[in-house]
Ligand binder design. Structure first.
Ligand SMILES: Cc1ncc(COP(=O)(O)O)c(C=O)c1O
Ligand SMILES: [Zn+2]
Length: 363
């Protein structure tokens, strides 16, 4: 599974514990992977879809993946990502990064997060016996902080934006040589999140949904799901990919602004207003241009939802037995609005994830 990183500048690198960006400063990518199919049968976890090679995944897995796909009215299916071991979809990527860190001989790990990715990194690091430090922005929910600390990770709270938090984590990585378990910078995270797509495909009986409505902060689920459906298509297992509708909170929407203006790069939001969707409040998403590319390539779009729409969607989900954190109601809020508008973005089978548990943060 350990394949070389590449950068758009042409450089390539064999992964090492201290490599998280290109010498040119650019982002690292992984080449398209061949999809082992049919999935293996010796595990029910997401590892059934991955050619794990030398990764010591059995030492760290908690059976992540395999989340329920629940049918709602009008062709909508909700994928209960909050039924993951640490209560969010971030387990998909975190387990791969921690297995990679072990394989590369890392002795400590640093992550930065709005909360859920940090909780997932801390949990899997604990299982791997790796000391971890997680940097979080000051407004992170108390329950997420307790979860991160509970797993034994050191928490450093950073005053300022999500970007200031990332900068502090990068500085610590520079000082200590720790493995940077970054869901934004390390492309192996997408090897984990791509399994979301592979599960949906199997749960629909070997069919591709027409639409995926996905939350987008840094876009790790957008990029992973796109990768997964592209790999299915490249393997000749499907005829196409779903339209990806990326959803942002109106109060912090750099991708939606770029999309509306037809720009290929997100314009960083300078003064983002506070939003209940703390998990996607990312003012300057590092892989933003790639997220816009995914949306355009699939014929989708980027839309925003307002605070009152998120609250209404949260309540509507609760009334259906589904208890999620406010951020996790965002894609469903968009589906409700687009349906009410009769938007051409919807139609056919629509899949939306519920990414985080309501036990982690409330309105
Ligand atoms: C509940 C929830 N949903 C969605 C997201 C967005 O993920 P991304 O930033 O990768 O787009 C996050 C990220 O922390 C999250 O915690
Ligand atoms: Zn480069």
């Amino acid at each position: 599974m350990i394949t070389a990183y590449s950068c758009r500048c042409g450089r390539t690198y064999r992964p090492t514990a201290d490599r998280w960006r290109c010498d040119c400063g650019g982002l690292l990518d992984l080449p398209p992977a061949a999809l082992p199919w049919p999935p293996r049968r010796d595990t029910a976890s997401l590892w059934r879809y991955l050619d794990a090679g030398d990764l010591p995944w059995r030492e760290v897995t908690m059976g992540e993946g395999g989340t329920p796909l629940v049918e709602e009215d009008g062709g909508l299916r909700l994928k209960l990502e909050y039924a993951s071991p640490t209560g969010s979809f971030k387990d998909r990527g975190a387990v791969v990064l921690v297995a990679l860190a072990r394989a590369l001989g890392a002795t400590r790990l640093v992550a930065d997060s709005s909360g859920n990715a940090g909780a997932a990194a801390a949990a899997y690091a604990a299982r791997a016996g790796l000391p971890a430090e997680v940097f979080v922005p000051a407004r992170t929910s108390e329950k997420k902080l307790a979860q991160i600390r509970g797993h034994g990770a050191a928490v450093t709270v950073v005053e300022g934006s999500r970007e200031d938090t990332a900068a502090a984590a990068m500085a610590r990585v520079g000082e200590t040589g720790a493995f940077y378990a970054s869901h934004v910078h390390n492309p192996y995270f997408h090897e984990g999140t791509k399994t979301f797509a592979l599960e949906v495909f199997e749960q629909l009986g070997g069919a591709v949904p027409d639409v995926l409505a996905l939350p987008a902060g840094n876009g790790t689920l957008v990029l992973g799901a796109w990768r997964g459906f592209e790999e299915l298509r490249a393997a000749g297992l499907s005829g196409g990919v779903p339209r990806i509708v990326a959803v942002q909170a109106e109060r912090c929407a750099p991708l939606a602004a770029a999309w509306a203006a037809g720009r290929p790069e997100p314009e960083p939001v300078r003064a983002a207003l506070p939003t209940v969707a703390e998990g996607i409040a990312v003012a300057a998403p590092a892989r933003g241009s790639r997220v816009l590319e995914a949306v355009a390539a699939t014929g989708g779009g980027v839309v925003t939802v307002a605070e009152d729409e998120i609250a209404a969607a949260h309540a509507a989900l609760a009334a259906r037995g589904l208890w999620v954190e406010p951020t996790a109601a965002v894609p469903y809020a968009a589906v409700r609005r687009l349906r009410a508008e009769g938007s051409p973005l919807l139609g056919g089978t629509v899949v939306a994830p519920l990414c985080g548990s309501g036990l982690k943060a409330s309105l």
